[in-house]
Design a protein around this ligand. Structure first.
Ligand code: PLP
Length: 353
């Protein structure tokens, strides 16, 4: 497969000097549910005790919501932790091994796999910036230990068609486990309808699905996520570490309060999708090529080096991320509150006159 280094730039300025519009890390600007704030405040004093009992109760509630058994869920402090633990599990034996993902992709699984000396088979997205499922399938060999798909993908914000992904997961998971990362699925056009948890529920497929409370639930800094898989796989993943130990009591109670707060989640989704559409229109007007987004961020091509773009926006009070892949420079902007997006448009107007 065609490979190319994937460059991601970090902010070229001290993070302590935070600008008014932080649109860099795909966080939810509306924060978490007021019910979660209240639950957290009242549970802080319970933080002298380990949260096993609360965690087990939360796990049962999540399992019920997802329609699976509690023994099919593994909790963690954010989904990154679970991506990393899964990669540790599959690549810990060393030897000749590889992981297959898109390029560009979210890199947690790849980073850990490579640290454990596995190869990264980086499969270029199609010309529409979709997962090239055929090429990913073709790349599987006897050393492939894991296939990772973020749907929607980061940093492109693109979504893969449900039917194609279901067929792919059903077929591929007979040969090798497929990890589907659904961090942004609630922001996509079909939302949770497209979740691959249905395959775990159906049973018989070696599919692992990651979900997080960082995005639609607005809890990026609280740290909580989970994976759903077969009972057998979850028990193997649990066998050599203490699952969920990194999640604090106040976080567990906040997640519990947010789980069914549909009103808050819908408010976040509606506002973010509205401002995403406005931002897409803005970029169109500016004749900047953007990828239609199914997430809470938009990536667009820029006619300058990523570091330069970050610095220029920063001068005007905006923090973003920039990337270089497939010989093009890109800027990724997270959808913030309307007022923050206004700061972004004003800054862009100064750069692209
Ligand atoms: N997966 C994807 C595709 C992401 O973009 C992110 C964060 O940006 C994560 C997972 C990690 O989220 P968290 O560790 O906060 O659950």
């Amino acid at each position: 497969p065609e490979t190319q280094p994937f460059n991601e730039f970090t902010p070229p300025f001290p993070i302590t000097e935070t600008p008014p519009a932080i649109l860099a890390w795909n966080e939810n600007p509306y924060g978490f549910s007021p019910k979660a704030v209240e639950a957290m405040q009242t549970s802080i004093a319970a933080g002298n005790r380990y949260g096993w009992m609360q965690l087990n109760e939360l796990k049962k509630k999540i399992a019920k919501k997802e329609g699976v058994g509690a023994d099919q869920i593994m909790m963690g402090p954010g989904s990154t932790d679970l991506l990393e633990r899964t990669a540790m599990f599959f690549f810990k034996e060393g030897g000749e091994a590889n992981v297959i993902t898109a390029n560009p992709a979210y890199m947690s699984v790849v980073d850990v796999a490579q640290a454990l000396h596995a190869d990264w088979k980086a499969i270029k997205l199609t010309k529409d910036y979709d997962h090239d499922l055929k090429a990913m399938e073709k790349a599987i060999d006897e050393h492939t230990k894991l296939v990772y798909i973020a749907n929607p993908n980061n940093p492109t914000g693109t979504v893969t068609n449900k039917k194609d992904l279901v067929d792919f997961c059903k077929r591929i998971s007979k040969k090798v486990p497929v990890f589907v990362d659904e961090a942004y699925l609630e922001f996509s056009k079909n939302g949770l309808e497209d979740s691959m948890i249905s395959l775990v529920k159906e049973g018989g497929y070696n599919v692992i699905v990651a979900r997080t409370f960082s995005k639609i639930h607005g809890m990026a800094g609280l740290r909580c996520g989970y994976i759903v898989a077969s009972k057998d796989l979850i028990s193997k993943l649990n066998s050599y570490t203490i699952p969920g130990f990194g999640t604090s009591v106040p976080t567990i109670t906040a997640v519990d309060a947010s789980l069914y707060d549909e009103e808050h989640l819908e408010m976040c989704r509606t506002n973010i999708v509205r401002d995403r559409e406005i931002t897409e229109s803005y970029l169109k007007k500016k004749k900047l090529n953007y990828l239609p987004s199914n997430t809470n961020f938009i990536i667009f091509e820029i006619p300058m080096d990523g570091k330069e773009m970050m610095s220029k926006l920063y001068e005007h009070g905006v923090m973003v991320r920039t990337f270089k892949f497939w010989d093009k420079n890109w800027c990724r902007v997270t959808i913030g509150k309307t007022a923050e997006m206004k700061i972004f448009y004003d800054a862009m107007d100064k750069i692209f006159v």
